[in-house]
Design a protein around this ligand. Structure first.
Ligand code: FAD
Length: 285
């Protein structure tokens, strides 16, 4: 097997595009485990470790955040930059695996692997994130809602890699939260829920909700969100929205829980996420 250590994104793209069996190597938390289990046998690994400009979190002049693909989960978990409408991404990072995984795995690696039970997908869809991609045909951006295509499948084309994840500016008065239910601490989600909301005078001004681990990709239902806007997010309104969301899910039966059990967890997780976001809005600054 060949091993490449490019130092620029363009060079990495050239190595990736040279052979469809060349794969990016980020933290290796997932890829190396899969290679050890002989589930994948790449012809070449393109290490992103020395590629310039792929690490770190930058706040733009507009208040949005850009997270380099090679940024470690632990860096996200520790960063004070994730406030208000961005806080749910840090919540998600803090709940990934255990410290060894958070100090090895990267955001780009996690979303490119696209495990439906992973923590970032639902958080990034609720946050309306954009995925920055580089490839043989140049650079492009894809909304998180279109990036996750199916179980372990993304919108990445052959020869492409993720360079960054962008979170749009979160207007003042926006709060967010990510909640996960797992069998034990450190496990992937049985079900998760991510919420970004803004309130105005006790009424919901905007809300985005994404449910994770309950379908091949995060589940978001615009109609359920629209029906919450203008209301007080009371129990009745939330119950109706949760029912719509649970019906839109397509959960599997597996060792983490049956599909029926997962559907029952949807309202629990969504309510918890809404309550946590509202608590943050009400907290004194
Ligand atoms: P790698 O393993 O290096 O790569 C993964 C895949 O993505 C490979 O196919 C690789 O070619 C591709 N890739 C990597 N970077 C890029 C890029 N920039 N562009 C295009 N393709 C790329 N995740 C959770 O969300 N929640 C959990 O609770 C959780 N628990 C875990 C527990 C254990 C024991 C383990 C081993 C993993 C766990 N994970 C969990 C997964 C973890 O978050 C991994 O870090 C992540 O899935 C892969 O990140 P990585 O940087 O190690 O990528």
């Amino acid at each position: 097997m060949k091993f490449f250590e490019p130092t620029t994104v363009d060079e990495a793209v050239r190595y990736l595009a040279a052979d469809p069996d060349h794969r990016c190597l980020a933290g290796g938390a997932t890829l190396v485990a899969m290679m050890n289990a002989q589930l994948v046998e790449p012809a070449g690994l393109v290490s992103l470790a020395k590629v310039d400009g792929l690490k770190g979190i930058v706040r733009g002049g507009d208040g949005g955040l850009a997270i380099g693909a090679m940024t470690l989960h632990q860096t996200v978990a520790d960063s004070p930059l994730f406030e208000g409408g961005h806080a749910l991404v840090r919540d998600a990072a803090r709940l990934i695996g255990h410290p060894a995984i958070r100090n090895m795995g990267t955001m780009g690696g996690s979303i490119s692997h696209a495990d439906s039970a992973a923590d970032y997908p639902a958080a990034l869809v609720a946050a309306d994130a954009t995925i920055e991609i580089a490839g043989p045909k140049g650079r492009r951006s894809v909304g998180a809602g279109d990036f996750f295509v199916d179980y372990l499948q993304t919108a990445l084309e052959p020869g492409e890699l993720v360079t960054a994840i962008r979170l749009p500016p979160a207007p003042k008065g926006t709060a967010s939260a990510y909640q996960k239910f797992a069998r034990v601490e450190g496990d992937f989600a049985t079900v998760s829920a991510a919420v970004v909301l803004a309130m105005d005078g006790g009424k919901c001004k905007t809300i985005r909700i994404a449910v994770g681990a309950c379908a091949p990709t995060p589940v978001r239902v615009a109609k359920a969100e629209a029906e919450l806007v203008g209301g007080a997010l009371d129990d009745r309104a939330l119950a109706a929205a949760c029912k719509t969301l649970a019906e839109a899910c397509d959960p599997v039966d597996d060792f983490r829980g049956s599909g029926e059990y997962r559907r029952m967890l949807v309202p629990v997780l969504v309510r918890r996420a809404v309550a946590a976001a509202r608590k943050r809005l009400e907290a004194p600054r």
